[in-house]
Write a protein that binds this ligand. Structure first.
Ligand SMILES: Nc1ncnc2c1ncn2[C@@H]1O[C@H](COP(=O)(O)OP(=O)(O)OP(=O)(O)O)[C@@H](O)[C@H]1O
Ligand SMILES: [Mg+2]
Length: 245
């Protein structure tokens, strides 16, 4: 039996003025799968993720979330963004709030979760990402890796069905990358459906169910990590892998 489909994109197009950034992009993500998106700078990876949680609006094409076609005109986009969470390269934590306050803010304000429940869930999430001793710390006192783990906990606090990660480790010092990737791997092992833009090929190989190579707004090649990394079919994929590996 096929797995449940969480995200499907059909013939997605997006331009910024004259610049055609996404060109007939198709994508399907099944439940509990991790799809890793790779490609050169400017190839459209962030734009694709941003279209998926409606931070950016497609020009045409169709986006389905759990089988339901979503359009900005007909859907409550805040609700969609709760279901499709996103973690960014720069963590965007509230500097004047503690770690725990950062995590409980959206559940209380947006979901109207009772404060006590939000605190209980927030603490559990912080324990899960290894920050059980940092509830009352302010973001400025944390390392980049710790901040990113707070950002992941904050996103999880909304109980998303799909998580999008846009280069979550590329702003980190090399020694802090591992702890964030470990948190993401644990999330994947628990069955979270994820789309991850990353240059961490070790992570892509180990955790990715699928890898998608994007070039100039198009999906050039899509496959299992082993196939795509060891036996790329397309010349462009070979060149890209040659340039980064
Ligand atoms: N808001 C915007 N307005 C105009 N052009 C944009 C905008 N956002 C992105 N672009 C352009 O669209 C193209 C794709 O950008 P995008 O950020 O999706 O690339 P990317 O693959 O994520 O690159 P990187 O690896 O550098 O993050 C780039 O040429 C970029 O300059
Ligand atoms: Mg990007």
């Amino acid at each position: 039996m096929a797995n449940k489909e969480m995200v499907r994109v059909e013939k997605l197009n997006k331009a910024f003025g004259e610049l055609h950034v996404l060109k007939n992009v198709d994508l399907r993500v099944e439940e509990s799968n991790v799809v890793v998106l790779i490609g050169a700078s400017g190839s459209g990876k962030s734009t694709l993720l941003r279209c998926l949680n409606f931070l950016e609006f497609k020009d045409d094409g169709r986006i389905f979330i759990e089988g339901e076609q979503v359009e900005k005109e007909t859907h409550n986009l805040n609700e969609i963004r709760q279901r499709v969470g996103m973690v960014f390269q720069h963590f965007n934590l509230f500097p004047h709030k503690t770690v725990l306050e950062n995590v409980i803010e959206a559940p209380i304000i947006v979901k109207r979760t009772p404060k006590n429940n939000a605190i209980e869930e927030g603490k559990a999430l912080l324990n899960k990402v290894g920050l059980g001793d940092k509830y009352d710390a302010y973001p400025s006192t944390l390392s980049g890796g710790q901040k990113q783990r707070v950002a992941i906990a904050r996103s999880l606090a909304m109980k998303p069905e799909v998580m999008l990660f846009d280069e979550p480790t590329s702003a980190l010092d090399p020694e802090l990358v591992g702890e964030v990737l470990t948190t993401m791997k644990e999330l994947a092992d628990e069955g979270m459906t994820m789309v991850v833009v990353t240059h961490e090929m070790g992570f892509a190989r180990e955790v990715g169910d699928w890898v998608m190579y994007m070039h100039d707004g198009k999906i050039v090649e899509y496959g299992r990590p082993q196939e795509l990394f060891d036996h790329p079919k397309e010349q462009r994929t070979k060149e890209f892998l040659g340039s980064i590996l």
